[in-house]
Design a protein around this ligand. Structure first.
Ligand code: UTP
Length: 285
């Protein structure tokens, strides 16, 4: 596979979920029947990445524990004859090889990606921001890897957003070279509507060139006093191709309380058993 490693920057403070995130990693909040982070790891595996690198921070140890073996629990389940549950628990720790790197200070997404340099140096790698959960038969990261395999260079996932939403995202400018594929020439992080060069926003999936690392080393702080990945991509796009792909699929923004609640209700409604639970609550007086 051309892209075998996938970075998961999960060291952010998750302030939009406070007070819950004072102690609990937002990536461990449940999305219907498993933690949010699990969806991202499943996507990376289904896209052919067999090495997962988590960039973690304080109060994120529950992520490590979740993907680790739990001998005591496994032993109890086996002794009680709960074989199906045992298999479920074992499957989590067998899901992927995961490496953990600590980002000592939350200096921004660009800085978190830079923390992955010792592992990803010299090769193209995937990045998944697990707050964005995508649902589609072909994983979105896999859609990006296919474009990278065909055209080379870095690739980001794009979504057309409303005028009201441009200031929440990194917005790109570029030319559509084939339906749904853009050669990006510039981008700006969280612009005002007047400054936004288009309505195409970068969402949480990337295939990145290793040449992003020297750029991140050189780069100063940007919007919000953080080292921004968008600023580094902007510099990268001046010297090598950065493609944008209008991805196929549905996205659930689980980085905010409202988005997370919406995702839970929507996905529960698509589960034949849980649908009746939701409808029962909604229809009760
Ligand atoms: P967000 O902008 O969503 O920030 O980061 P956040 O801290 O997670 O959440 P809020 O805004 O305070 O509620 C986007 C992604 O970048 C990671 C986050 O974990 C998330 O996956 N990140 C951000 C880092 O790993 N390190 C950082 O210093 C900043």
């Amino acid at each position: 596979m051309s892209v075998s490693k996938c970075l998961f920057p999960v060291a952010g403070l998750g302030t939009r979920f406070l007070p819950v995130t004072k102690e609990i990693a937002k990536e461990m909040l449940p999305l219907v029947n498993r933690p949010i982070i699990s969806y991202g790891v499943e996507e990376a595996r289904a896209s052919g990445c067999d090495e997962i690198v988590m960039i973690t921070g304080r109060s994120k140890s529950s992520i490590e524990n979740y993907f680790d073996r739990s001998f005591e629990l496994e032993d109890i389940l086996l002794k009680r004859g709960k074989n199906a549950l045992y298999a479920k628990v074992r499957a989590i720790s067998d899901m992927a090889e995961i490496l953990y790197i600590r980002q000592r200070e939350p200096l921004g997404l660009g800085h978190a990606v830079l923390c992955g340099e010792p592992v990803c140096k010299g090769e193209y790698f995937g990045v998944i921001l697990p707050d964005d959960v995508f649902v589609h038969e072909e994983p979105v990261l896999s859609q990006l890897i296919k474009v990278h395999d065909r055209l080379g260079g870095s690739v980001v996932a794009l979504e057309k957003v409303s005028d009201d939403d441009v200031m929440r995202y990194g917005i790109v400018s570029g030319s559509e070279t084939e339906p749904g594929i853009f050669r990006i020439d510039d981008m700006v992080e969280k612009p005002s509507l007047g400054e936004a060069p288009s309505n195409y926003a970068i969402m949480g999936r990337y295939v990145l060139s290793p040449n992003i690392f020297p750029i991140l080393h050189e780069q100063g702080k940007g919007t919000g006093g953080e080292i921004q990945l968008t600023d580094a991509l902007r510099t990268l796009a001046k010297s090598e191709p950065v493609w944008g792909v209008a991805y196929k699929g549905r996205r659930f923004d689980c980085g905010t309380q409202k988005g997370w609640l919406r995702a839970n209700v929507q996905l529960a409604m698509e589960d034949p058993e849980l649908r009746n639970v939701v409808l029962g609550v909604v229809n009760s007086k």
